[in-house]
Design a protein around this ligand. Structure first.
Ligand code: BTN
Length: 251
C-alpha cells in the first residue's frame, strides 16, 4: 500500500521494537512529519489509553500504532475525527473478513459486545492555528484471557479469524482505510459518514448511561450529529455530549 500526500511524496511506515508509546514517538520526533506517517511498535513500555489509563497489550498478540495527520483548519476541521477512525477500522476489518465489528461512541471498536480496539487521539496546536493530530490505535489480535484484566470485557480478532489471524494484513488494511478516508474527511468533514457510523453503533437506540465528571445521565442513545456529538434523549429532550472526558456504558 502506498500513500502520497502533502509535503513529501510518500508517507512513511516505521516498525519499531520496544518504545514508550507510538503516540509519544510521533509527537517527539525531530523528523519532518508528513500526513499519513505511521509508527507501529511490537512493545510499548508506557502505552496510554483514554481517561489517563494505561494501555496494556500482549507481546505479539496486538497491534499498537499511530498515524500523524495535520488539519490546516485547526480544531474546527477535526470535528468527528475520532468517530471517523472507528469507521475506518470497521471497514478495514470487513476487508479482512470480519463483518461483526461495531462501534461504541466515541471510538471504541466492539466485537459481540466486548472491546476489541481503542483509539487515543492527541492534538498539538493553538486555537486558530493548524492542528497536528496523532491518531493512536490499539487492537487486540490474540490476547491470553487469563493474563489481562483491564477492568472491562475485552475480546480479540482470533475469536473470529482463528489462531492464524494475519496481523500484518489487519495493520495494512487499517492504514489503507485511514489513508483513503482522512483526505476525504479533511475536505468534506464528518457529515458524509454519519449514516455509516450510526449503522455500526452497537448501542443504537438503547438505554445508556453517560458519565461526565461526577454526573451520570441515563437516556436513550439517538445517534450522533455532524460534529461527532452523541445525542442522548432524556425526559428533557435531546442533549448533546462531546467526546473528551465523557464515557458511555450500557444501562
Ligand atoms: C482507549 O483507551 O481505548 C484508547 C487506547 C489507545 C491505545 C493506543 S496503542 C497505540 C497508541 N499508543 C499509545 O500509547 N496509545 C495508543
Amino acid at each position: 500500500i502506498t500513500g502520497a500526500f502533502s509535503n513529501k511524496s510518500y508517507a512513511d511506515i516505521s516498525v519499531l521494537q520496544v518504545i514508550e508509546s507510538t503516540n509519544t514517538e510521533l509527537k517527539n520526533t525531530d523528523r519532518v512529519r508528513a500526513n499519513g506517517d505511521t509508527v507501529l511498535a511490537e512493545i510499548q513500555t508506557a502505552g496510554r489509553g483514554r481517561h489517563g489509563r494505561q494501555w496494556l497489550a500482549p507481546v505479539g498478540g496486538s497491534l499498537t500504532f499511530s498515524m500523524y495527520w495535520r488539519f490546516n483548519d485547526g480544531y474546527q476541521g477535526m470535528a468527528g475525527l475520532s468517530l471517523l477512525v472507528g469507521v475506518a477500522i470497521c471497514r478495514a476489518l470487513r476487508d479482512c473478513g470480519v463483518e461483526e465489528a461495531r462501534l461504541k461512541w466515541p471510538n471504541d471498536v466492539y466485537l459481540y459486545g466486548k472491546k476489541l480496539a481503542g483509539v487515543l487521539i492527541e492534538v498539538e496546536g493553538q486555537i486558530g492555528a493548524p492542528a497536528d493530530c496523532i491518531i493512536g490505535i490499539g487492537l487486540n489480535v490474540m490476547v491470553p484471557a487469563h493474563e489481562y484484566d483491564v477492568g472491562q470485557p475485552h475480546t480479540d480478532l482470533s475469536q473470529v479469524l482463528g489462531p492464524d489471524v494475519d496481523r500484518n494484513e489487519v495493520a495494512a488494511r487499517i492504514i489503507e482505510q485511514l489513508w483513503t478516508l482522512l483526505p476525504d474527511f479533511t475536505q468534506r468533514g464528518f457529515e458524509p459518514y454519519i449514516e455509516e457510523w450510526q449503522h455500526l453503533d452497537w448501542f443504537a437506540d438503547r438505554t445508556v448511561v453517560v458519565k461526565t465528571g461526577d454526573k451520570r445521565i441515563s437516556g436513550i442513545n439517538r445517534g450522533i450529529d455532524a460534529s461527532g456529538a452523541l445525542l442522548l434523549e432524556t425526559a428533557d429532550g435531546i442533549t448533546r455530549f462531546h467526546g473528551g472526558e465523557v464515557s458511555l456504558r450500557a444501562n
